[in-house]
Design a protein around this ligand. Structure first.
Ligand SMILES: C[S@@+](CC[C@H](N)C(=O)[O-])C[C@H]1O[C@@H](n2cnc3c(N)ncnc32)[C@H](O)[C@@H]1O
Length: 202
């Protein structure tokens, strides 16, 4: 768990405003990639570099509490982050969840954040082992509605035109099964100013 600095909180507020206003911060571009990779997020070719430690945005989505390791009930979303796992609930709490399962004291639950149906542009940030963005589990001040957040923060300088990439696999987290990810790096599909249509420009 990482404690955010006051500077980080200010950046989160500023980027959240810009997401609310226009969906995508002005310095970023969302572009379709070849090879079935879907969309990706890039730093605009004429933008200033993003510096190491700079906040990209909070990862947004729907939060849910659901039984862990129960394939028929757990989500198979490609956009989900586990915020807390191995949560044990009382009989009353399990009843209140309303998952229809009979009470089991040993059952463990996970608290998840899923960007599949509701989210912001961070859901389009692709995976790489050579990521330039870290997903940081952070505790926000207790006044906020959702005290735990995943914050995307640059882990190195991101140069204009480079793709923003995060490593989906944490220390314990196995995202990729039999299908292996394409070995992309921030510069594999580097954007050039000439390749942008007018609607994508700053
Ligand atoms: C969180 S989404 C990322 C955004 C996705 N490109 C889109 O357009 O919705 C995760 C999915 O993107 C694809 N993806 C992301 N990084 C990839 C990589 N390095 N190689 C292959 N597929 C990737 C996979 O389908 C993965 O399940």
């Amino acid at each position: 768990m990482t404690r955010l600095t006051k500077g980080n909180l200010k950046e989160i507020i500023a980027v959240s405003r810009s997401i609310k206003k226009s969906g995508l911060p002005k310095n970023l571009v969302c572009k379709k990639l070849p090879g079935g990779l879907g969309y990706g997020i890039f730093l605009h070719p004429t933008a200033k570099p993003i510096l190491k430690g700079q906040v990209i945005a909070p990862y947004a989505g729907e939060v849910s509490l659901s039984p862990q390791n129960l394939s028929e009930l757990s989500s198979d979303s490609e956009y989900v982050f586990c915020l807390i796992q191995d949560i044990r609930l009382t009989k009353k709490e399990q009843f209140l969840i309303g998952d229809g399962l009979c009470y089991r004291p040993s059952r463990v639950y996970s608290f998840d954040l899923d960007g599949e149906k509701k989210g912001n542009f961070t859901r389009f940030i692709n995976h790489s082992k050579r990521a330039n963005v870290d997903a940081i589990l952070s505790r926000l001040p207790s006044r906020t509605l959702q005290p735990l957040e995943i914050i995307y923060i640059a882990n190195k300088t991101i140069r204009p035109g480079q793709q923003l990439l995060v490593n989906y696999e944490g220390e314990e987290k196995a995202y990729w099964g039999k299908v292996k990810p394409a070995p992309i790096t921030p510069s594999t599909f580097r954007l050039k100013k000439e390749s942008l249509t007018r609607s994508m420009t700053l």
